[in-house]
Design a protein around this ligand. Structure first.
Ligand SMILES: Nc1ncnc2c1ncn2[C@@H]1O[C@H](COP(=O)(O)OP(=O)(O)O)[C@@H](O)[C@H]1O
Ligand SMILES: [Mg+2]
Length: 278
């Protein structure tokens, strides 16, 4: 199996003594769509900051595309892993949106034409072309979040990591983000998203990692989000479709539908089967 990320017994403690990660052992498949779920303070952001070398393991190890995360490999990690921070204000700082998105590609040492092409492409992808000349400071939080996403897209990393990208996005921007993540994944990228949004995770991801208090509670397919003990222990909610299916007494389904549309199709087929006897 080809892994994008291999983490073995990772532990991390902040300077003030807070233990943020205890003993994380997970593998993330290359080309997967992985969602990391967990309530506030579970350790999601701390974990993601280990993926591109911002934090280095204090204990255990992190490997990205087979390469050990350490001081010597920092450049490789930054190039391979594009991380969209939880807070855009930690990431977006240039005088204009255009400059901000160009910052990463410029740092990669790309030619001017290539930088321009990438910036235009990325601004278009997140639908903020019209803000290119604006000061990020004058944009809304959700818009700054999209600038941060564009900045990472423009670097064309192998692994795309987004920390709570849905926060403060309106429904249209959420749909746009969904489509971007699908497109990147179809092009072969591994996409990792930390989120509270169980509906998004259930619908979009193929791999689910549930965290709680610096530990991994569970890793598996989306069926993880149908397991009551895990949902309860993690302080999460069932996805809406799962809640709906659970409400229908006596209904046993082999595969829980991922979307409301799929649930609708399932119900239609059950009703039709009931009506038409052969
Ligand atoms: N810079 C920091 N200094 C001290 N403690 C921190 C710092 N950042 C996060 N923490 C703590 O580490 C734990 C994990 O936080 P975090 O990784 O941000 O979780 P999540 O992203 O799941 O909300 C929390 O208890 C949080 O308060
Ligand atoms: Mg976080």
């Amino acid at each position: 199996m080809d892994y994008a990320v291999e983490i073995d017994d990772l532990a991390f403690r902040y300077k003030d003594g807070t233990v943020a990660l205890k003993n994380i052992t997970i593998n993330i498949k290359k080309g997967s769509k992985t969602a990391i779920l967990g309530h506030n303070g579970a350790g999601k952001s701390t974990l993601l900051l280990h993926l591109n070398g911002i934090y280095l393991p204090q204990r255990g190890s992190v490997k990205v595309l087979g390469v050990e995360a350490n001081k010597e490999n920092e450049k490789f990690l930054r190039k391979m892993v594009g991380l969209v921070f939880q807070d855009p204000d930690d990431q977006v700082f240039s005088p204009t949106v255009w400059d901000d998105v160009a910052f990463g590609p410029a740092n990669l040492g790309l030619a001017k034409e290539e930088i321009e092409l990438r910036v235009e492409e990325a601004l278009k992808a997140v639908e903020i072309e019209e803000y290119a000349d604006k000061m990020p400071f004058h944009l809304s939080y959700g818009q700054r979040k999209r600038v941060a996403i564009a900045g990472v897209l423009a670097m064309k990393p192998e692994i795309l990591v987004l920390d709570e990208p849905h926060a403060f996005l309106d429904p249209k921007s959420k749909e746009n983000l969904y489509n971007i993540l699908e497109k990147e994944n179809k092009e072969g990228k591994t996409v990792i998203v930390a989120t509270h949004d169980v509906d998004f995770a259930h619908e979009w991801a193929d791999e689910i990692i549930v965290m709680r208090e610096g530990e991994v509670l569970s890793q598996g397919g989306t069926e993880v989000l149908c397991r009551e003990e895990i949902i309860k222990e993690a302080g999460l909610e069932f996805p809406k479709v799962v809640r709906l299916i659970r409400k229908i007494r006596g209904l046993k389904v082999e595969k829980i539908p991922k979307t409301i549309e799929e649930a609708g199709e399932l119900f239609n087929s059950l009703i039709n089967n009931g009506c038409h006897r052969d």
